[in-house]
Design a protein around this ligand. Sequence first.
Ligand SMILES: [Zn+2]
Length: 384
Amino acid sequence: MRNRQSVGGSGRALRGHLVLPGGVSPGEVRFGARLEAVTPLSGVPDDHLILPGFVDTHVHGGGGGDTMDGPAGVAALARWHARHGTTTLLPTTITRPWKTVLAALRGVREVMDAGGVPGGADLPGAHLEGPFISPGRLGAQPPHTLLPTPQRVAEVLALGVVRAVTLAPELEGAGEAALAFARAGVRVGVGHTRANAETVTALLEAVHAAGGRGSATHLYNAMGGVEGRAPGPAGALLSAPHAFLEVILDGHHVHPTSFQLARRAAPGRVLLVSDAIRAAGLGEGKSDLGGQRVTVRGGRAALPDGTLAGSVLTLDRALRNAVGLGVSLPEASAMLSAVPAASLGLTDRGHLVPGLRSDLVVLDRALTVRQVYVAGQPVLEERA
Ligand SMILES: [Zn+2]
């Protein structure tokens, strides 16, 4: 293989065009479990782009697995998404009866405690999406919403697995819950909400003042749009100076102009997520989400009433979609790696910088995934 050579021991080297914040330039990456050197080099293969691995902060399933299935489902989705360049992900729960949600979180914890998923993406925690959401903005979430009482929040935090949470700020107790999550290092996402802009802004400011990180759970979806006299959650999130904004760029969830609005209003704060479900990777046809029937047709997953039910997106496709909308490769790469890593407070990944984890994706010029490494271990290798 002309773009890879052994450098002794477990060390490896990749040569190609490095996608760096300032541009794309020829070079070499030497690595073991950590990146050892990132150096400019001429005469490298022209058809290999080297990027930091993708970080997906919102993914329910894929490859036939679902977070709610327990450890086997988590392993299946972690492997499926890794083959598409995702080297870090948060298995994401869906609104179900409380005991079921806690059991799913314990399942993720169990996988992490066993050392993660061989051949899969790294799992630094879970995303708790529901039940602390508005019954009036369910989207495709089943109607088992609950209030974020101090007891429930304590129960969740005691599991030590939640790294991101979705909250509707208008719920009774949401302000207190947001602070408890923020103080525990959990990213606080505003989503599935009918709050007004003032309520959203107040919550985001409180989270930031407490040293926490705020975000939008799939900006625009399950929160309504932006109007002049009623900016709503989306307007508050776009204008908040520190909020990270998840966007599902699958061509179905968000209009290209809405995506451009987010990108221009919030440079360095937009991150792309898959919100993928079990059906991602299984082709078209019938599937399920949170016990509800889902049909996938034309790359669109929907409930019987037509409500969008997550996606069948993978992050390599999200990258191609962004580039197709005129986003430069360095900016698109940041939306898939540096920004989501920062949104989770993960300082050991997201960039091609020596000392960080060797989470790497190699793409060809068509932006198709050719090789993937998680902490230096190949999870997808190019056939010679
Ligand atoms: Zn979701």
